[in-house]
Design a protein around this ligand. Structure first.
Ligand code: THG
Length: 266
């Protein structure tokens, strides 16, 4: 089954930033509940946007969210010290978002991850930056899977993020990442593939139709998780329908349930 990581609790969003700055707990609680009801599997929490406040903001957010959520959290920070603090505050094994091959980040994250019971998002990025061909994406994925395996993170707990890039910057960005996903899944069938889906449509109008179309294509290639806004009903309906078409929904049970509840309609 496809896993939806709800992306809304992120201080780069204006309203969330204002709520965090004003310590408006009601706003945060209401938003998390909406994401949960819309069918999120994880709630991403990112407090990175207020420079100098990440630790305090993350702590505040987790202390509010943890008591009212039934879902595991995705702890979204590049800073192992923030993640260490956050890891102690969560009840269910979280997703750690994320590690990359950038040397400083990698060297700081590995000791933090060693022996932890968690899922790990692994970004296909290194000090040379964001890859610009499928082979480079796959190389980085291989490197990350092998290094994480060495410190006891099994392949089925790894979510490779191949870095979806805006199609507005280069018409090949779509087929590039699709091709990379197919080869990563061929080499490591047990690994998960996660995408920051809305990156594909950045800089273009009518972004939702691009996101909806691309999610189905990426799922066909092997992506089985994405960080998205679960309140986007058409996107969620596209994901449920594609999951059924890819045989992840025995007897179409989830699809039919979605139709009956009104969540899926043509
Ligand atoms: N991969 C992984 N993690 C990630 C990303 C990724 N975490 C952060 C980000 N990318 C995904 N999360 C968000 C959260 C919010 C928004 C987009 C991605 C968002 N952006 C509005 C916009 O761009 O228009 C902001 C508008 C506002 O101010 O509300 O909503 O790729 N592993």
């Amino acid at each position: 089954m496809f896993k939806v990581i709800g992306e809304r609790i992120n201080t780069s969003r204006k309203l969330v930033q204002a709520a965090v700055a004003e310590r408006d707990a009601d706003y945060i609680v209401a938003d998390v509940k909406k994401q949960q009801e819309a069918g999120a599997d994880y709630i991403d929490v990112n407090a990175g946007a207020r420079i100098g406040h990440e630790t305090d903001d993350m702590k505040w957010l987790l202390d509010i969210i943890q008591p009212i959520v039934n879902l595991p959290l995705s702890l979204d920070s590049p800073d192992p010290a923030v993640l260490e603090m956050a890891f102690k505050r969560v009840e269910k094994p979280p997703m750690i978002n994320s590690i990359s091959l950038e040397k400083e980040r990698f060297d700081a994250m590995m000791p933090f991850l060693e022996g932890k019971n968690c899922k790990v998002i692994a970004l296909c990025m290194d000090d040379a930056g964001i890859p610009d061909c499928p082979e480079d994406i796959q190389d980085r994925a291989k490197n990350l899977v092998e290094e994480l395996n060495k410190i006891g993170i099994p392949t089925n707990c790894i979510y490779v993020d191949p870095l979806i890039q805006p199609i507005s910057t280069d018409s090949n960005k779509g087929i590039m990442v699709l091709s990379a996903v197919r080869s990563i899944k061929a080499e490591f069938p047990g690994v998960h593939i996660l995408g920051g889906l809305s990156n594909i449509s950045y800089g273009l109008p009518e972004r939702k139709i691009i996101n909806q179309t691309f999610v189905a294509m990426m799922m066909g290639a092997g992506m089985d998780s994405a960080i998205i806004d679960p309140l986007d009903q058409k996107l969620m309906a596209t994901i449920r329908t594609a999951d059924m078409l890819l045989s992840h929904d025995n007897f179409c049970v989830n699809y039919l349930r979605g139709v009956r509840s009104g969540a899926i309609k043509s």
